[in-house]
Design a protein around this ligand. Structure first.
Ligand code: SAM
Length: 284
């Protein structure tokens, strides 16, 4: 096996994914992270930050549809959306399907945004150039601290809570306290929260931090092959419970908004909240 054509992704301290690379399209180092775009034989074109696959063409819809649609379809009229992170443009692509008035996307790394515009346009469908999307290059926590604005939905698509230090502050109790104040009444937020199986303590801390600020907190997870684990998501609101949104309501909203998806359906919405948390079973 020619080791040179492989990329080793550290799934956890003791587990690695060895992923065949057919072609490296871009490699650079920004102020914040190493950025690679590569063609992976199994997963297609991928964005890799600090050695962690952030998205890959052949399975990113599982992630981005699961990140965006349970929250946005639980909201009756998501018009003003804030995305923190998401510099690859795929969460924005999914949010645009709801025909919002405006999406503010705040990513700390301009390099990721530029590389995504250049190399991922077939995947993000040029969402970062859409005139309803306003891209802000700034630390997400500084943005939400300074901005005097409220949103219908806040989608938090950052690097993993167990990964790069640049995103860690945006998983804290204080941060979710600010997020709560940046949501309109009947607003809803969702965050990706890494993996409970490999980093249970990290995941559970994020969950407790969210619970400190919100009355209704729901968890769900979806297997992402190129991540090598079931990615966890945490959705929170003081008034909307995604578990109580009927299949008929979701169906109506999908039709009214004319949203096309590859994975998410009203049945998937129901199922997501019924899959138990994927964590190590031998740990009490
Ligand atoms: N889907 C990926 C995952 O599951 O880990 C996340 C993808 S997205 C590319 C992650 C983005 O978070 C990166 O573009 C990174 O620059 C951004 N990010 C990290 N820390 C940030 C911060 N403090 N403020 C804003 N964006 C941040």
């Amino acid at each position: 096996m020619n080791i040179n054509n492989f990329f080793r992704e550290p799934v956890s301290e003791h587990t690695n994914l060895l992923v065949s690379i057919s072609n490296q399209l871009y490699k650079g180092k920004s102020k914040y992270q190493e950025i690679i775009v590569a063609e992976l034989l199994e997963y297609g074109r991928a964005l890799i930050l600090d050695n962690l696959i952030q998205l890959s063409e052949n399975d990113e819809a599982y992630y981005h549809e699961s990140l965006v649609h349970p929250a946005l379809f639980s909201h009756e009229n998501p018009k003003e959306i804030l995305i923190l992170g998401g510099g690859d443009g795929c969460a924005a692509r999914e949010c645009l399907k709801h025909n919002p008035k405006e999406i503010i996307l705040v990513d700390i790394d301009e390099e990721v945004i530029n590389v995504s515009k250049s190399y991922l346009s077939n995947i993000n469908m040029n969402s970062l150039e859409d005139n309803r999307v306003k891209v802000v290059v700034e630390d997400g926590i500084k943005f939400v601290e300074r901005i005097d604005k409220k949103y219908d939905c806040i989608v938090i698509d950052l690097t993993d809570p167990f990964g790069s230090p640049i995103g860690k502050k945006l998983y804290s109790k204080e941060f979710y306290g600010i997020i709560k104040r940046r949501l309109k009444e009947n607003g809803i937020m969702v965050t990706q929260a890494g993996t409970a199986f490999y980093y249970y303590e990290v995941y559970n801390q994020v969950l407790q931090n969210v619970k400190q600020s919100f009355l209704i907190v729901r968890e769900y997870n979806v297997w992402i092959p190129s991540f090598g684990y079931a990615c966890c998501f945490i959705i929170a609101s003081d008034s909307i419970d995604p578990l109580n949104i009927s299949r008929e309501t979701i169906e109506k909203r999908i039709n009214d908004r004319n949203v096309k998806t590859k994975f998410y359906t009203p049945k998937v919405h129901e199922a997501l909240f019924r899959i138990s948390l994927t964590k190590k079973l031998n740990k009490n």
